[in-house]
Design a protein around this ligand. Structure first.
Ligand code: MEV
Length: 304
């Protein structure tokens, strides 16, 4: 059985598409997948979806089928007779890396069935064929963190770097219920960059500076500094029209409940926020405040 992590981006989403560094943390929840010999099929259990290679997919699953075909094509025929079962335990279209986790888990399951021993970076690289179908020109951060786990600093075309907090840090993640489309939000930022290159590049540079400071704050396990940097990153993301009234309410509620700071995470335009807590007890209080607003909130830890 292959497992791939969901993720939260802590700093640098969008800027990472344009060559800056992002920091991402893996969630314990994610996608599991298995593969066995048989006539090619892909089942995604909780969604009630089964695709076969011999039948045309329903319209709403055409991209899923294209993504599966794209992954299989990278195996040059060796993965054409495999029945794949995937079980998804992260919200889709919420900025939690569901699509990348599916791609990485499917690659992992295929590798296992073929008896191929692969590294996290090889699995992430192959899963990019899947990611490109869903997201156009992804930076690769989602696939990288999904395959590697832990906390990483990621920059396009560079090896990932692992970050190790001095002690455990508590975060809160909350899904507000609005779907978020990575492809659309990345395209929106690209359009803004075409129209106002200087403004958008300066915003990315500002985010890069925050990310540099955030590496130190995370390694020092300084929850106050991480929270302040979350707030600043949120302001810069909002200036790119990536926040929504719902995301702003969730961030404010988290801060009022004791979070040291909060920001949207992932592509924005809906989806999730991430908030920094002083400790595990405070994280529980923040979760309760967000749940009271109708959000699906949970805690996650950055581990040493
Ligand atoms: C999406 O999780 C992160 C983005 O930066 C897109 C990407 O890096 O490909 C918005």
């Amino acid at each position: 059985m292959a497992f791939a992590h969901g993720k939260v981006i802590l700093f640098g989403e969008h800027a990472v598409v344009f060559g800056r560094t992002a920091i991402a943390a893996a969630l314990d929840r994610g996608v599991t997948a298995t593969a066995r010999q048989g006539p090619a099929a892909l089942t995604i259990r909780p969604w009630g979806v089964t695709l076969t290679s011999s039948e045309a997919p329903p319209l709403e699953h055409r991209r899923l089928r294209d993504a599966w075909d794209a992954v299989r094509a990278t195996y040059e025929g060796r993965a054409d007779e495999l029945v794949i079962d995937a079980d998804v335990a992260v919200h889709a279209a919420a900025g939690l890396g569901c699509s990348a986790a599916l791609g990485v888990a499917i690659v992992g399951a295929i590798d296992e069935a073929l008896g191929a021993v692969t590294t996290a970076s090889e699995r992430a690289g192959r899963a990019m064929a899947w990611e490109r179908v869903f997201h156009g020109a992804p930076s690769g951060v989602d696939a990288a963190i999904s395959a590697s786990g832990g906390v990483i600093a990621f920059r396009r075309d560079a090896p990932i770097e692992r970050l190790r907090p001095r002690r455990e840090m508590s975060l809160v993640v909350a899904f507000g219920g609005e779907a978020s489309s990575t492809k659309e939000m990345v395209a929106s930022v690209a359009r803004q960059r075409e129209r106002s290159a200087d403004r958008v590049e300066q915003t990315f540079d500002g985010i890069e500076t925050l990310t540099r400071n955030a590496r130190l704050a995370i390694e020092a396990a300084d929850a106050v500094a991480v929270g302040q940097l979350f707030d600043l990153n949120q302001m810069l993301l909002a200036s790119l029209a990536l926040s929504t009234p719902r995301l702003e309410v969730l961030c404010r509620t988290a801060r009022e409940a004791g979070a040291t700071g909060a920001k949207l995470t992932g592509a924005g335009g809906g989806g999730c926020i991430v908030a920094a807590a002083r400790d595990a007890r405070s994280a529980t209080t923040i979760v309760a405040a967000l749940v009271a607003l109708g959000a699906d909130a949970f805690t996650t830890e950055l581990k040493p």
